[in-house]
Ligand binder design. Structure first.
Ligand code: GAP
Length: 457
C-alpha cells in the first residue's frame, strides 16, 4: 500500500458517492427533487442508527444523572410564544426584483444569482428589496378547521418539548439537580439557503441534552459538557485536527445565553457549526412558568432552597454528524488490482463503530461448498456485527465495493478453506491479509476492529 493522499473531498464528491452506494438520496427524485430534503438509504440509515444509539449511550444510559424523553413534533402554540420563537426566530430576507428569487440578506456573498450563476446577488445587477424578517417556523392548522384559532408550528428545536415537561419528569423520576433530560427527534425550519446537502435541511434531526444545574455551578457544568461532547466526536474516529471549539462573540450570543460555544468541523465548504453548547441560564423555565402560569421552579429538599435551575444545553445535529463522518472518512489511495497493477482506490475510513457494514464475507468463487461455508460464517457474525455477503464479480471488485462503503474487514473463503478450515481476513486500511482458523474468527475480528477504533489523530 502506498501512502494515502491528503484528500479533501468536495461536497459534490460526497453527494455522488452517497447516491451511488445507497447512503443518501435526493428526496422525491423521480418528481424532480424537493428542495433541502434528503432520504437516507440502506447504508445511511444504518449509520444514522449507530450515531443516535452511540449518543444515547454516552449521554443517557451510561449516566445516572440523565433521563430521556420523546416529545411530540407539534405542540401547543403558546410553547413557541414562551420560547421567544414567534417573536424572534427570523432570518433577514431580500427579494431580487429582476429574477424574483429570495436570498438571506446576511449570506448574499455565499449565494449565486440563478440567471448569472457566476455572480452573487450583489454583483448580478438585479435590484434587491430592503431586508425584512422571514419566520423560520412552519405554520400549520391543528385539526379540521383552517382558521387562525388553531394555528400552530412544527417544532424548530426539540428542547422546547423538554422544558414544559420539567416538572413531570422531576415528579416521575425523583431526580435531583444537577440532572439532565435528553431527547433525539426531528425538527423543522423553513430555511432560505438550502444548497449544502444534509448540512442545512428544512427537516432534520437533533440530539439535545438540557442539563439542569444550580446557578452557582453553571460554569463548572458548562466546561464539563464542552469537553465531554468534544471527546464524543473523537470517540467516533473524527480527526482532532478537523474539530475545534469556537466561542460566540458578544454580538452573536442569543439574548438568553450567558455563554455559548460551537463545536465546529472543517466541512468541505469550510469550518462550520456541528453542535451548539450553551449556558441558557434560567430563561426557558422562567418563561414557560410565566406563560403557562405553572410553577416550574425547583425546591432542594435537603437545603430547602427554591430556585429556577440554570440550563446547560448540548444541541447536536444527527445529519451534520453524518456529513462529518462521511467527509472525515473519505480518502483516495493506491491499491493493487487483480493483475497486480496499482490503481486509485476510493476508501471510507470509518471507525467500525459507525461503519454501516462491519464485516463482509465472500466465497472466492460461487461454487458449492465455498458459498455454504461463507454463508455459515456470515450468519455466525450477524448480530454482534453488521454483516454483508457478496459472491458477485471478481474478488478485487468486491474488495473495492466494500472499501467504498467503509467496511473495515472482509473475510474470504477459498478452496483451501475446505481443507484447512481457515479463511483470509483482509483489513481495509492496511490491506494486509491474515489467515485465521474458522473457530478463531470471532476473536480475530474483535481484535482487529478494536485496533481500528483507535483515534486517528
Ligand atoms: N436548541 C438549540 C438549537 O437548536 P441550533 O444551533 O439552532 O441550536 C443545533 O441547532 C444543531 O442542530 C446545529 O448545530 C446543527 O447540528 C443542527 N441544525 C440546525 N439547523 C439545521 C438544519 N437546517 N439542517 C440540519 N441541521 C441543523
Amino acid at each position: 500500500m502506498t501512502e494515502p493522499t491528503a484528500v479533501q473531498p468536495t461536497l459534490n464528491d460526497i453527494v455522488a458517492l452517497c447516491k451511488r452506494r445507497g447512503f443518501i438520496f435526493p428526496s422525491s427524485e423521480i418528481y424532480g427533487g424537493f428542495a433541502a430534503s434528503w432520504d437516507y438509504g440502506p447504508l445511511g440509515v444504518e449509520m444514522k442508527n449507530c450515531v443516535k444509539s452511540l449518543w444515547w449511550q454516552d449521554t443517557v444510559t451510561s449516566r445516572d444523572d440523565v433521563v430521556g424523553m420523546d416529545g411530540a413534533v407539534t405542540t401547543h402554540p403558546r410553547v413557541w410564544e414562551a420560547s421567544g420563537h414567534v417573536e424572534g426566530f427570523h432570518d433577514p430576507l431580500v427579494d431580487c426584483k429582476t429574477c424574483g428569487h429570495r436570498f438571506r440578506a446576511d449570506k448574499l456573498d455565499e449565494e449565486c444569482c440563478p440567471l448569472k450563476p457566476s455572480k452573487t446577488p450583489r454583483e448580478c445587477g438585479g435590484e434587491l428589496t430592503p431586508p425584512r424578517d422571514f419566520s423560520l417556523m412552519f405554520k400549520l392548522h391543528w385539526g379540521p378547521v383552517e382558521d387562525s384559532a388553531n394555528i400552530t408550528y412544527l417544532r424548530p428545536e426539540t428542547c422546547q418539548t423538554i422544558f414544559p415537561n420539567f416538572k413531570n419528569v422531576l415528579t416521575a423520576t425523583r431526580m435531583r439537580v444537577p440532572f439532565g433530560i435528553a431527547q433525539i427527534g426531528k425538527s423543522f425550519r423553513n430555511e432560505i439557503t438550502t444548497k449544502a446537502f444534509i448540512f442545512r435541511q428544512r427537516e432534520f434531526e437533533q440530539m439535545e441534552l438540557e442539563y439542569f444545574v444550580h446557578p452557582s455551578e453553571s460554569d463548572k457544568w458548562f466546561a464539563f459538557w464542552l469537553e465531554r461532547r468534544r471527546q464524543w466526536y473523537l470517540s467516533l474516529g473524527v480527526r482532532e485536527s478537523h474539530l475545534r471549539l469556537r466561542q460566540h462573540g458578544k454580538d452573536e450570543l442569543a439574548h438568553y445565553a450567558k455563554d455559548c460555544y460551537d463545536v465546529e468541523y472543517k466541512f468541505p465548504m469550510g469550518w462550520s457549526e456541528l453542535e451548539g453548547i450553551a449556558n441558557r441560564t434560567d430563561y426557558d423555565l422562567r418563561r414557560h412558568s410565566e406563560f403557562s402560569k405553572k410553577d416550574l421552579s425547583y425546591r432542594d429538599d435537603l437545603t430547602g432552597e427554591k430556585y429556577f435551575p440554570w440550563v446547560i444545553e448540548s444541541s447536536a445535529g444527527v445529519d451534520r454528524t453524518i456529513l462529518v463522518l462521511l467527509s472525515d472518512a473519505y480518502d483516495i489511495d493506491q491499491a493493487p488490482n487483480d493483475k497486480g497493477e496499482m490503481e486509485e482506490r476510493l476508501v471510507l475510513r470509518f471507525s467500525p463503530k459507525v461503519a454501516p457494514v462491519t464485516v463482509a464475507v465472500f466465497p472466492l468463487f460461487k461454487k458449492p461448498g465455498l458459498s455454504e461455508l461463507a454463508r455459515q460464517i456470515e450468519h455466525s457474525l450477524r448480530g454482534p456485527y453488521r454483516t454483508a455477503y457478496d459472491e458477485t464479480g471478481n474478488i478485487g471488485k468486491r474488495y473495492r465495493r466494500q472499501d467504498e462503503i467503509g467496511t473495515p474487514l472482509c473475510i474470504t473463503v477459498d478452496y483451501d478453506s475446505l481443507e484447512d478450515h481457515a479463511v483470509t481476513i483482509r483489513n481495509r486500511d492496511t490491506m494486509r491479509q491474515i489467515r485465521v482458523s474458522v473457530d478463531q474468527i470471532h476473536q480475530a475480528v474483535a481484535d482487529q476492529l478494536k485496533e481500528m477504533e483507535k483515534p486517528r489523530g
